[in-house]
Design a protein around this ligand. Structure first.
Ligand code: FES
Length: 313
């Protein structure tokens, strides 16, 4: 179960070319996602309501997805607008489920929850609104629950162990972790690593449900991840490095590409350990004994639990 009433980043926008449809399993749902001839993005269930063929094997025609089997067409609201073999207007029972999508910040976002008259804006980090570029499409798929992948990036005390040969060199073993959760934004830092003006030297941030930044290069370079749930046991991570534009054309993209390679090495170090954890929604976990340094993880779990509980009630 995934906390509802959120926009989830589900795809990098570059994966979906104009006039093309693709299959994507997201939040446990098999989707046909397509980009129409005008560039608009749409998603429906990937199963044709007629006789079950995968719509994602079809083609995009007139803004709709056309089933490869008998040519029925479905618009972005899931409405069957054409059923050729009937020779008549398609009956409404041929309509299918559609999902609200948005395209912003180079991602495609899906609303997970009941449809609304008006939707909130997609979440985003104001830190990334500057003059940045990011290069290439980097993603990594892990056989882990989505919450485990998020928690790994909120975990300070793993640095001197999992990453002892890379980013964990020189990291303290004894640490006190600070963390705040305001609305859907969680910020965390090491309490004793602050500048003279009291601001953290490094502050890692998550906006629920699934985007995260690490400004490891100050304002010059910001690492960014989107944790995309495929289903209850698989997560796809989109990896970006936002590099501030530089005077030499192309240099920022080159640096971003280079840093992405390094980031993949770091994630590989994480994967081995995270995959060894029990893969279950950690909002339900009862047999873990958390310590002070796990404060951001505790807050994340509480936020997810609260959202799930509100919906259940
Ligand atoms: Fe899709 Fe028949 S199965 S139109």
């Amino acid at each position: 179960m995934f906390p509802p009433d959120y926009w989830y980043a589900i795809l990098d926008a570059r994966e979906l070319r104009r006039g093309k449809v693709l299959a994507a399993r997201r939040l446990g749902v098999d989707l046909a996602v397509w980009r129409d001839e005008q560039g608009g993005v749409h998603a429906t269930s990937d199963r044709c309501p007629h006789r079950g063929a995968a719509l994602s094997l079809g083609r995009v025609r007139g803004g709709c997805v056309e089933c490869p089997f008998h040519g029925f067409r479905f618009d972005g609201d899931g409405r069957c607008v054409e059923a050729p073999c009937t020779g008549a207007e398609a009956p409404r029972h041929l309509d299918t489920k559609a999902y609200a999508l948005r395209e912003a910040h180079g991602f495609i976002w899906m609303w997970w929850g009941e449809p609304r008259e008006a939707y909130p804006a997609v979440p985003w980090f104001p830190e990334l609104d500057g003059n940045y570029v990011h290069a290439g499409l980097q993603a990594s798929e892990w056989p882990v629950h989505w919450m485990r992948s998020v928690e790994n990036q909120l975990d300070w005390p793993h640095l001197p162990y999992v990453h002892r040969t890379t980013i964990g060199i020189g990291a303290p073993k004894v640490m006190e972790v600070a963390s705040t959760l305001v609305d859907d934004r969680l910020d965390t830092w090491l309490s004793d690593r602050v500048r003279p003006d009291g601001t953290p030297e490094l502050k890692i941030s998550l906006i629920l449900p699934n985007i995260w930044i690490n400004p490891f290069g100050g304002k010059m370079q910001i690492g960014m991840l989107a944790f995309v749930p495929i289903d209850e046991r698989r997560t796809k991570m989109y990896i970006r490095t936002y590099q501030r534009r530089l005077a030499i054309p192309g240099l920022a993209q080159l640096l971003s590409r280079f840093t992405n390679v390094f980031n993949r090495v770091i994630l590989k170090q994480d994967a081995r350990v995270v995959m060894s954890q029990p893969q279950e929604p950690t909002s339900e976990v009862k047999d873990e004994r958390l310590v002070q340094a796990d404060l951001p993880i505790l807050q994340f779990r509480k936020a997810v639990r609260l959202r799930l509980r509100v919906v259940r009630e």
